[in-house]
Design a protein around this ligand. Structure first.
Ligand SMILES: C[S@@+](CC[C@H](N)C(=O)[O-])C[C@H]1O[C@@H](n2cnc3c(N)ncnc32)[C@H](O)[C@@H]1O
Length: 257
C-alpha cells in the first residue's frame, strides 16, 4: 500500500488548468522533437503517464493515427478533455495500479518522477510496460541552472524559493540521476539531453513560473519570499523583451532490448 504524500502541485488547485497550459507551452516543442526522433509513426501504441492537461497525448494521438493508440494515464484526469478517439484516458496511480506489461512501442513521462518518492519502482513499471524494442522517453526537472545563469537577482531568488518548498516533497534534482538509473535497468540505445528553456516576459511560459510560485507559496503558508521581491519579480515577468531561464530538464531516451 502507498503511504507517501504523493503529488504536491495538485490539478485540483483553482488555477491548475492555466498552470498546466504554461508548462505545456514551455516544454512541448522540444518534447515533440525528441518523440519524433524516436521514429514515432502511424500504428504505434503509446503510453503517456502523468498526462496532465493532455497536449502530448493529443499530439501523439494525431501522429499514430487510427491504427495506433495512446493510453493517457493520470491520478487526476479532470484536465484531460477533447482528445482524439484513439486516445484512451485512464485514471490510475502509476505507483500502484496495474499497467499492461510488454505492451507499448513508446512510453513517455515528463515532470512526473520528480514528484514521486517511489520513483525507482515506477521506473521499473514503465520499463516493464515496453514491448521488446520499445522506446522510453523520460524528461525530469533539475535545478542545475538556478542562480548560475539568471542575470536578474529577483528571478533567481523566486525560482530558488519555490524549488526549496518543492524540495520538501519532491526530488527537484532528479533529472541528473536519471541517466544512471535508466542505464542500470539494462536498456540500450541510451541518449541524454539537457534542456533549459527561456520564457519571454508576458508569455504563458512566464505565467507558468508565477503560478507555480503561487501554488507552492500558498501550500507553504504564504511566506516563502518577501512581498516586495515577489511584486518586483512578477512585474518583470509581464514585460515583453525580458527573458527568464525556466526550470531545466534532463531528457533520457532508451530502448528495451
Ligand atoms: C507536473 S505535472 C506534468 C503533466 C504533464 N506530464 C506535462 O508535462 O505536461 C504532473 C502530472 O502527473 C500526475 N501525477 C502525479 N502523481 C501521479 C501518480 N502517482 N500517478 C499518475 N499520475 C500522477 C499529476 O496529476 C499531474 O497531472
Amino acid at each position: 500500500m502507498i503511504t507517501s504524500p504523493g503529488y504536491a502541485l495538485t490539478n485540483a488547485w483553482e488555477r491548475a488548468q492555466r498552470r498546466l497550459a504554461g508548462l505545456e507551452q514551455t516544454y512541448d516543442p522540444t518534447t515533440r522533437r525528441r518523440l519524433s526522433a524516436l521514429g514515432l509513426s502511424p500504428g504505434y501504441k503509446c503510453l503517456e503517464v502523468g498526462a496532465g492537461a493532455g497536449s502530448i497525448a493529443r499530439w501523439l494521438g494525431d501522429q499514430v493515427g487510427p491504427q495506433g493508440s495512446v493510453s493517457a494515464v493520470d491520478l487526476d484526469v479532470s484536465a484531460l478533455r477533447d482528445l482524439p478517439a484513439n486516445v484512451q484516458v485512464r485514471q490510475a496511480d502509476v505507483r500502484s495500479d496495474p499497467l499492461p506489461e510488454a505492451a507499448f512501442d513508446l512510453v513517455h513521462a515528463r515532470l512526473l518522477l520528480n514528484h514521486l518518492t517511489e520513483r525507482e519502482v515506477v521506473l521499473d513499471r514503465l520499463v516493464a510496460a515496453l514491448r521488446p524494442g520499445g522506446w522510453l522517453l523520460l524528461e525530469e526537472g533539475d535545478t542545475f541552472s538556478i542562480g548560475a545563469i539568471d542575470e536578474d537577482t529577483d528571478h533567481a531568488l523566486a525560482m530558488r524559493a519555490w524549488c526549496d518548498v518543492l524540495a520538501t516533497v519532491a526530488d527537484v534534482d532528479f533529472g541528473r540521476k536519471l541517466p544512471r538509473l535508466v542505464v542500470s535497468r539494462g536498456l540500450t540505445d541510451v541518449g541524454v539531453e539537457c534542456e533549459l528553456p527561456y520564457a519571454e516576459g508576458g508569455s504563458l511560459g512566464t505565467e507558468w513560473l508565477a503560478l507555480t510560485f503561487d501554488q507552492l507559496n500558498e501550500r507553504a503558508g504564504g511566506h516563502i519570499l518577501d512581498a516586495k521581491t515577489i511584486e518586483r519579480w512578477k512585474d518583470k515577468l509581464t514585460q515583453p523583451g525580458r527573458w527568464f531561464a525556466s526550470l531545466g530538464l534532463v531528457a533520457v531516451r532508451a530502448r528495451r532490448p
